[in-house]
Structure formats: C-alpha cells, structure tokens
Design a protein around this ligand. Structure first.
Ligand code: SF4
Ligand code: SF4
Length: 328
C-alpha cells in the first residue's frame, strides 16, 4: 500500500504551542518495574536499573518548597513505588500542600518489600491512578502478563477496604488503554463516560469494587508501542489514522501546556512522551533545562513553546488524550 505523507504536527497547529504557567510537576522516577507490559511507552521492566539519584531527589524536594505555583506532583515510572526516593517525594509534596498523584500498576502492592504501600498512600491522601486496561481478565493478562488481572482486582479490593473510591480524600481512578492493533482496522478510544459506566457496573457486580473515574488514554506511537507497530508494519498507517482524526478543540487542554516532566537524571521535558523520545524542553533561545537550572534561575516559566512531534497526533485525535484522560 502506498503511504500518504502526513502534515507535520506543528503545521497542523498553525501557531506555536504556547506554554502556560507551570502548575504540574510530573516526575518519572525511573524505569524499574515489576511488569513489562507490551504497550509500555517507557519500556520499563524488572531488568531495568535506571532510577532517580539522591541528588536529583533532593533537588526535586527543593523545587516543591521553592515553587508554591506547583499545585500537583504526579509520580510515574516504571513502577514509581519501586524507584529511589518515592516515599520522600510523596512526603515533601504532602508537606508543601500539593495534590499528589501516583500512577500505580497495583500489582506492586504484593511484591516483597512493598506491601506497606497501600497504607502509606492512604495515610498521605495520595490520589491513585491505576492501570486496568480492560475489565476482562484475558485482555489484561495478554497486555500485562499472566495473573495481572487477578492481582489488580485484589489490589482494588484492598484499596476499597482502606476507603479508596469511597472517602472524598482517597481518590481512586482507573486507566483504560486500547489493545494494540493487530491490523490496520484502527479505532479511537471509546467514549470515556460510557466506558466508565460499563467499568463501574462490571466491577461492582462481579467484584464489589468501587472507584471514582475512568481515564481513557490513547496509545501514542512511542516506546514499546512504536516498536510493536513497526514490527507489524503498522506504524505509518497508525500515525495517519491519528492525524486524520485531529480535533482542534483538544489543543487548549493539552497537558504539556501546564506541566513539566522530569526524568531520573533531572532533565526537563514538556511531557513524559517527549521524555521517552528524548525531545527536551527548550527556552526561547534553545537552551535545554534541568531542575538544577530552574532552582538557580528561580523560575519554572522559562519555556515559551512546547516541543512537538508527529506522535502528538495521539493526544489530539478524537476526544483527545492526556495523563488525565480525554480532553474534550
Ligand atoms: S506500562 Fe506501567 S506497569 Fe507496565 S511495564 Fe510500563 S511502567 Fe510497568
Ligand atoms: S505528546 Fe501530547 S502532551 Fe506531549 S508534547 Fe505532544 S501533544 Fe503535548
């Protein structure tokens, strides 16, 4: 099949993607994870060893104290709970009155050395965003590994027993990711509201589980998803599919406009996808940033324009996609 070239994302936008005042600090603590999911854009696994250092951890804590404008600290990985500095960062974010989000794979709660994590999260009122790419066991186990669905269900029941999903201070959100495509019959993520209702009904009826919101997240062609698509000769078609569903209404709400994303070395990006694709955030004169520089310049707002690439079409297709789910 002859491929049509897609319009570069920046051309589609027409105008630069202007950065707004930074209010979200997302930290990718490292690539260590107890799972190795097929769609993982971080390419995390139990074999990876890269993680945050004590120096970077200290700088992040200083950043939280120095900048009250940071309202949300969003911890991700890998399994953030497994990487150095996790508890110190949660404690610092709580002490500085930020909302703390942890992106958890749930199964980590059963790994040796981490069984205290659910109590720790509840004690600090951490908002949990947990992956559950489907409410059917087969689909989850195919993407994430044998037995992951059962462990996820037990973890959700455990969180419910601590008040998660019930107490207004203990928010439990779930994340839906589509299955990776087997052929070029692609589809957009389903309507978030309708799918949330289906998840709620199924999990309540079958497992007595409650949760707050379902977030639908598109698979961006980055990391393991990109490798998968390339292996199946679907990469170009998938990009074209996303580009053909460009929705300009999503642009105002793109998560990269109000956040910085920091890697385990302390480098600054506009989002986690750019981080994985090694596309650093830049100042107006092209300088890259680290958290050490942000501390020295005493400003979080040194980025005028978000760096974009063609995979950004994943965030603007249909209802849009972000770490907080659909955008419109
Ligand atoms: S998707 Fe999440 S749980 Fe799965 S390997 Fe990647 S970081 Fe780990
Ligand atoms: S991948 Fe999405 S969040 Fe990241 S820069 Fe592109 S549009 Fe923004």
């Amino acid at each position: 099949m002859v491929q049509m070239a897609i319009t570069p994302f920046y051309e589609q936008l027409g105008l630069p993607l202007v950065k707004q005042k930074v209010q979200v600090l997302q930290v990718n603590l490292g690539k260590r994870c107890n799972l190795a999911c097929s769609h993982c854009h971080v390419e995390a696994s139990p074999k990876r060893t890269e993680e945050i250092s004590p120096d970077v951890c200290q700088d992040l804590i200083k950043l939280m104290y120095q900048f009250p404008q940071i309202k949300i600290v969003d911890l991700t990985g890998g399994a953030p709970e497994m990487n150095y500095g996790f508890k110190s960062l949660v404690e610092a974010a709580t002490a500085t009155h930020k909302q703390v989000i942890v992106r958890s794979n749930l199964t980590i709660f059963f790994a040796e050395g981490f069984t205290d994590i659910p109590d720790f999260l509840a004690e600090h009122h951490v908002h949990i965003v947990a992956s559950l790419p489907c409410y059917l066991a087969d689909n989850v186990d195919k993407m994430r590994g044998h037995g992951v669905f059962d462990q996820s269900i037990r973890a959700l029941q455990w969180l419910n027993s601590l008040g998660y999903g019930k107490d207004e201070n203990l928010i439990l959100d779930l994340v839906y990711n589509p299955q990776l495509p087997k052929d070029d019959n692609f589809s957009l993520t389903p309507n978030q509201k309708n799918l949330q209702l289906a998840y709620k009904n199924f999990l309540a009826a079958n497992f007595n589980i409650v949760f707050n919101h379902l977030l639908t997240i598109t698979n961006l062609p980055v990391g393991r998803t990109k490798l998968y698509l390339e292996r199946h000769h679907l990469y170009d078609q998938y990009l074209q599919f996303l580009a053909s569903h460009f929705n300009p209404d999503t642009v105002d709400n793109l998560m990269c406009r109000q956040e910085i994303s920091v890697d385990y070395l302390g480098n600054v990006y506009d989002c986690d996808f750019n981080q994985m694709m090694n596309l650093p955030a830049k100042t107006h004169n092209g300088e890259t940033l680290t958290i050490r520089k942000l501390l020295e310049f005493d400003s979080l707002d040194l980025i005028q324009e978000v760096q974009t690439a063609d995979y950004c079409y994943g965030c603007t297709a249909g209802c849009g996609s972000s770490c907080g789910g659909a955008l419109v």
